[in-house]
Design a protein around this ligand. Structure first.
Ligand code: PLP
Length: 388
């Protein structure tokens, strides 16, 4: 199997990736780098994770032939139903895998940070089912904006710590979580929620989300012509692409959030507009000013509102193995309304970005197009109603 799209021994994908961490974090990260592949390959780890994925998450998720949507676009559209996962999105695949990994590392306390709250809910869920204590760091401003997810995390038994420093949002919560980890290297594992951060996280998360494309391979005879997924940090997309990356007959499309449009300053289209730099301890593409200040991103969907992108995606873009496009807030909303009305499925606003790409390309009647439906839209009802 060709490895040109995977990490090398130093944790780089071409020029992207690596672990640009403060010295205080070396012990934690080094241990993870040394151990993660061994543990992921242990038979009893795989067996325990697979039982949970099957009986608790509800995997395999269906690959649904959306006949009415297919008719609308005069092609063959298949939806990979990650929206049917327990907790309503793909994030649980990663959270469960990392909690089981933590246990095998002898770490019996879990921490994470969350912005919109989706990763916090997935982590709190995984901790509840495995019986580990869970501390979620969250900016005080985000706690106010995301009250339902805060309530969910607390109900699930997690401790939610409000962070009052800085802008009281995600990056301040990240700083607090890292401080906690530095202070508890022996007993604590830090769960990152997307295919981002220092090596080995991008590869660890990709491998845990790769179950999406592994299932697709058994659910579909032969290869599809296209696989389309939305990209925030890039975990659902890399999971949907993973086992097809070396199958060059499959066109892989990543869809970023353009927000108000790529010609405006209210956007999150990192690969369209970004440049190379270090964010969250890895070399990748980021939205930044010429003097290196991170630009505040915008997207109507909280899960795509991120100024960076996972390093593997930066590399897949550079090598042109994956084509990255963007769609606006408005285009995503329209795609969400369409799917709701013609298939009876209310998608997450994030996933609606992948669906909106269907408008941007003419497909052949014989094409088979897989869209990764990363999550369900219940969490976005307020936005749908406000913009109707
Ligand atoms: C968080 C989230 C995303 C974006 O994260 P990725 O790591 O890019 O997958 C996409 N869809 C849903 C439903 C999410 O909750």
């Amino acid at each position: 199997m060709s490895t040109q799209y995977q990490i090398d021994e130093e944790g780089f994908y071409g020029e992207f990736g690596g672990a640009f961490i403060p010295e205080m974090l070396y012990p934690n990260i080094h241990e993870l780098q040394q151990q993660y592949l061994n543990i992921l390959n242990e038979e009893d780890f795989k067996a325990e994770l697979n039982v949970l994925l099957r009986d608790y998450v509800g995997r395999p998720t269906p690959l649904y032939h959306a006949t009415k949507l297919s008719k609308h676009f005069n092609t063959n559209i298949y939806l990979k139903r990650e929206d049917l996962c327990h907790t309503g999105a793909h994030k649980i695949n990663n959270a469960l895998g990392q909690v089981l990994l933590a246990k095998r590392l002898g770490k019996n306390r879990i921490i994470a940070e969350t912005g919109a709250g989706q990763h916090g809910v997935a982590t709190a869920t995984a901790c509840a089912v495995t019986g580990l204590p869970c501390v979620i760091y969250m900016g005080a401003k985000d706690i106010q904006r995301q009250a339902p997810n805060v309530a969910r995390m607390k109900l699930l038994g997690a401790e939610v710590v409000a962070v009052h420093s800085g802008s009281q949002t995600l990056k301040d919560a990240t700083n607090e979580a890292i401080r906690d980890w530095i202070n508890h290297p022996q007993d604590t594992h830090y769960i990152i929620g997307s295919a981002i951060g220092p090596h080995p996280y991008p590869d660890l998360v990709a491998r845990l989300q790769a179950v999406i494309s592994e299932e697709m391979k058994t659910q579909m005879q032969g290869n599809p012509d296209y696989i389309i997924a939305c990209v925030g940090g890039g975990s659902n997309a890399i999971g949907a692409f993973y086992h097809y990356i070396n199958d060059l007959d499959v066109k892989l499309i990543g869809v970023e959030a353009a927000g108000f449009g790529v010609g405006t300053n209210k956007t999150a289209a990192t690969l369209q507009l970004g440049s190379t730099g270090v964010l969250h301890a890895c070399m990748t593409k980021i939205l930044q000013t010429t003097d290196g200040q991170v630009i505040e991103p915008h997207s109507i969907s909280a899960g795509l509102d991120y100024p960076g992108i996972g390093p593997q995606h930066a590399h897949l873009d550079k090598t042109k193995r994956v084509l990255y496009k963007s769609v606006t807030d408005e285009e995503a909303l329209q795609a969400a309304y369409r799917l709701s009305q013609i298939e009876g499925i209310i998608p997450a606003l994030e996933s609606a970005h992948a669906l909106a790409f269907l408008e941007k390309q003419t497909f052949l009647p014989s094409d088979r197009v897989v869209v990764n439906l990363s999550g369900r839209g219940d969490k976005d009802l307020d936005v749908f109603i406000k913009n109707r």
